[in-house]
Design a protein around this ligand. Structure first.
Ligand code: ADP
Ligand code: MG
Ligand code: ZN
Length: 634
């Protein structure tokens, strides 16, 4: 969606251009020594024979030229010396065409010019006045069109909750990890002395990252509530519509206020609207954002964290943030606020149904089961909708039927955002993700699994999070093969369980195919030998120096066959593995359906318990973290 256009330069431009024009007239006027003659006076002077005229130009609105007086005369303007040449200007009276003027001019002057239009200076002045007038009109429009927006410019409109918010941690449910991390911030704010005494550098800010409606704002408010400090908030999107320079001054104001109210929380919502990567188009909106962002960085570097200002920012698009924001001393901590799992959803429902009369038929666990993928805000909406339905029936309490109907309505309304999953779909996703996870845990060259989830994220139905040991510069062939096999694990698991494929594997297939293609064409890891062929995607006959040799039809076919062979080998190995471990697959699937998220520990223990052939990497990991009591030298 297009953001509303901003008119920054206009609002500043109007007063500035008015001042410029007036200033020009007063301070620097190249025509300053030009004498103004009155029209009547001019006519009289025409009749005075002792006056010498030079370079007279008659224009539509004025007459200009030079004049010299040889003799004292009552019509000579005061303050003019005799026998000195002065430039002059006469404004012609508007309206009446003074035909006699030309006769008089002809009579008295040896030569004169007639020009249409106005003098250059007249032009400049009239253009400037026109521009100023136009700007003034636009300014009026803006002023009334945007309400008091331009009135308030330069002045912060951050909301200040005078004595902290009444929201505390107990109002936030289902995002325990995030809550836990922020409880440390509360501790900083409450016991600053303890930290400063030890010389510890208290972090300045945390960044809350998570999809919309997961409770980021709520969480920030609850930190203020818990620590019992004021909460100053401002939203990044407010800056986008503002005029150049205003955003920066607001940021300054905000931090000045914060300095006065410290200890306090400064909350910057929608940081992405403000903190986008700098550079790029030189559009005024960008300039404005850039200035504001720079000011924010300056303020963040400037204040002393030990004085008790703590900044919490929220975004659902961390990937677009300017990296400068994430540097140490700025938002150096990121707290992920994820969509809640079943337990989390149940807890959130409990929080929101506290003040609602529930019928005994209502089973919040069931509601939670029916709403995977929904965030806290969605759940709050469902509860509210159910209460409205009950009120419409004129009932005394909310029944499970109301809840179900609210879920259905919600499902339709939320269809685009976060569809409520059908059970069958949920099962399929669970099987698919379990497949990925199992393969990853069996292969020695695969990265350790960190988390398996069937809570939708972005476009993916679920995901397996793997944790690479460290930044990799090169990847070995076995590792590439392992990645291909892990990618294929999902679709094979589906094939084995349902004897039918689904469309959910596109991204996996694409990933696996790309890897195989790179192995053949770029890394020399195929029967074709150590040859570099055109980078994948480069077309036949479109050869460039980088794309390697021209490829014949025959070579292309060979490349194709090698890619297929690599994928085929991988498919067979994965199939064998998952066929022999079908029981484990079912076990993990079922656990995923009930819990939705499996952390590494739980997954490993489940796999270990079922006799799954875990890789040495996983076993070592389990031993190191004390999951396996005795060293298992199997
Ligand atoms: P975000 O800032 O992440 O978009 P909000 O904090 O604005 O989400 O959430 C909107 C509303 O949804 C909250 O005011 C609250 O009523 C409800 N809500 C969201 N997440 C939670 C949660 N984890 N626990 C309780 N209520 C929640
Ligand atoms: Mg919010
Ligand atoms: Zn997959």
């Amino acid at each position: 969606m297009q953001k509303r256009k901003s008119y920054p330069s206009l609002v500043y431009g109007i007063p500035i251009s008015i001042l410029l024009v007036l200033g020009l007239r007063i301070i620097w006027n190249p025509w300053a020594d030009e004498k103004e003659l009155e029209y009547g006076q001019f006519l009289h002077l025409l009749d005075t024979p002792t006056v010498v005229w030079q370079d007279v130009v008659v224009r539509d609105a004025e007459i200009q030229g030079k004049i010299r007086f040889q003799q004292a005369d009552p019509h000579v303007p005061t303050g003019l010396e005799l026998n000195k040449t002065y430039p002059f200007v006469v404004t012609r009276p508007p309206g009446n065409e003074d035909f006699s003027l030309f006769d008089r001019l002809k009579k008295s002057l040896p030569t004169f010019q007639v020009k249409r239009g106005r003098s250059t200076f007249g032009w400049i002045i009239s253009i400037l006045y026109f521009v100023v007038a136009a700007l003034a009109v636009v300014a009026l429009f803006l002023y009334f069109g945007l309400g008091n927006r331009s009135l308030a410019f330069g002045k912060s409109r951050h909301r200040v909750f005078s004595r902290a918010s009444t929201i505390t941690f107990k109002d936030v449910a289902g995002i325990d990890e995030a809550k836990h991390e922020l409880s440390q911030v509360v501790d900083f704010l409450k016991n600053r002395d303890r930290y400063t005494r030890l010389g510890a550098r208290i972090p300045r800010g945390v960044l809350l990252v998570g999809p919309p409606g997961t409770g980021k704002t709520l969480l920030a408010l609850s930190v203020a509530g818990e620590a019992d400090v004021p909460f100053l908030s401002i939203s990044g999107s407010e800056f986008v519509e503002m005029y150049v320079g205003v955003g920066a001054s607001r940021v300054r104001d905000l931090f000045r206020d914060a300095g006065r109210q410290a200890p306090c929380i400064v909350f910057i919502d929608e940081l992405d609207a403000l903190g986008r990567s700098r550079g790029g188009a030189a559009h005024t909106a960008h300039q404005e954002r850039e200035q504001t962002l720079n000011q924010l960085l300056v303020e963040m570097d400037g204040f002393d964290a030990n004085q008790g200002i703590f900044i919490i920012a929220a975004t659902n698009r961390p990937e677009v943030l300017d990296t400068a924001l994430l540097r140490p001393g700025r938002f150096d901590r990121t707290v992920v606020v994820d969509r809640p799992d079943v337990d989390g959803r149940e807890q959130i429902l409990q929080v929101h149904t506290q003040k609602i009369q529930l019928d005994s038929s209502v089973n919040l666990r069931k509601v939670a089961n029916l709403t995977p993928g929904l965030a806290g805000a969605d759940l709050a909406n469902i509860v509210n909708e159910a209460a409205l339905l009950a009120a419409k029936r004129n009932a005394n309490s909310v029944t499970m039927t109301d809840m179900n109907e609210a879920i259905e309505r919600g499902a339709i309304g939320l269809e685009r955002k976060s569809r409520i999953m059908l059970f069958e779909e949920k099962q399929r996703i669970a099987v698919h993700e379990a497949g990925h996870a199992l393969v990853a845990c069996a292969l020695p060259d695969s990265d350790l699994v960190h988390k398996v989830s069937i809570i939708p994220r972005g476009l993916a139905g679920g995901y397996v999070l793997q944790r690479p040991e460290n930044d990799r510069l090169i990847i070995r062939q076995k590792e590439l093969e392992a990645r291909i096999q892990v990618a294929l694990g999902g679709t094979i698991a589906e094939e084995l369980t349902f004897q039918e494929l689904s469309s959910g594997a596109t991204a996996d297939l694409q990933h696996a195919t790309q890897l195989a293609e790179q192995m053949v064409r770029e890394y020399g890891m195929s029967k074709l030998g150590r040859i570099y062929y055109a980078a994948p995607g480069t077309r036949f006959l479109e050869s460039t120096p980088e794309s390697g040799p021209q490829l014949s039809e025959a070579t292309l076919r060979e490349i194709d066959m090698e890619i297929r062979r690599i994928l085929q080998d991988a498919l067979e190995q994965v199939r064998t593995l998952l066929e022999t471990s079908h029981e484990t697959l079912t076990l993990v699937t079922e656990r995923l359906i009930t819990k939705e998220v499996l952390e590494d520990k739980e997954l490993f223990e489940l796999l270990y318990g079922s006799g799954f052939p875990l890789s040495d990497k996983v076993r070592t990991r389990m031993q190191l973290s004390g999951m396996l009591k005795q060293v298992d030298n199997g």
